[in-house]
Design a protein around this ligand. Structure first.
Ligand SMILES: Cc1cc2nc3c(=O)[nH]c(=O)nc-3n(C[C@H](O)[C@H](O)[C@H](O)COP(=O)(O)O)c2cc1C
Length: 200
């Protein structure tokens, strides 16, 4: 499928046919996931969840997304949160970058908050999200559909999956053959854009 067709057909799907996904398709999706960019402080990991009991447990740990359990596979996109900004000097690249982005007050909060796991999960989520979108787009290109799901209880899911302390779930990507047909995205609308400056 042409990439533009992939974008047009990428709508969130939350109903799936009860059909297994072949191992070679799973491997294609993992290749897509692992080809996403990562940073020098954060890398990703992917769980491939096909066991019905585990899928239902994960579903129970979501906010209004129990339907994920009906997908033939749930990809659990995780971050390696070993790196902690708290241990960096003011001159470090990571500290300079985060301060440029958010300002000192917010950085001080993020490095000062006691719940290190939660702060690191928040700060290091981006690569897992980008990888998740790689999975979705690759899936669409092969006729599958899915949805990003991040209103979830991360600690519960970490526990269900037995993840070590330096790895955390960030979001879920349930994938399957679609059992609903959302309207494709139109390409002739120029929206959410500005040129050069906001008010030009
Ligand atoms: C970062 C992110 C998190 C999302 N989390 C959820 C979620 O927890 N549950 C859910 O049902 N949909 C979730 N979605 C899907 C959005 O609801 C959906 O993308 C949006 O309604 C637009 O519809 P479309 O994807 O069909 O274009 C999420 C989307 C994004 C981008």
């Amino acid at each position: 499928m042409e990439i533009k067709e992939v974008y047009k057909n990428r709508r969130s799907v939350r109903k799936f046919k009860d059909t297994e996904i072949d191992e070679d398709i799973i491997n294609e999706l993992l290749f897509a996931a692992n080809s996403a960019p990562c940073t020098d402080t954060c890398n990703y990991f992917f769980g491939v969840i096909r066991d019905s009991v585990v899928k239902h447990q994960i579903g129970e740990a979501t906010i209004y997304a129990n339907w994920v359990a009906d997908a033939p596979v749930i990809f659990v996109c995780c971050s390696n949160i070993q790196f902690d900004l708290k241990n960096e000097t003011a001159e470090s690249y990571a500290m300079q970058g985060m301060t440029a982005r958010y300002g000192k007050e917010t950085v001080d909060f993020l490095i000062g908050t006691e719940n290190r796991k939660s702060a690191k999960t928040l700060m290091q989520a981006s690569p897992a999200y980008i990888a998740a979108q790689h999975i979705i787009l690759s899936a669409v290109s092969m006729g599958f559909r899915g949805c990003l799901v991040d209103f979830i209880n991360l600690e519960k899911i970490n526990k269900i999956l037995g993840l070590p302390d330096n790895i955390t779930c960030e979001l879920l990507v349930p994938i399957g053959y679609p059992d609903e047909t959302p309207i494709p995205i139109k390409t002739n609308e120029k929206k959410n854009v500005f040129y050069d400056k906001w008010d030009k």
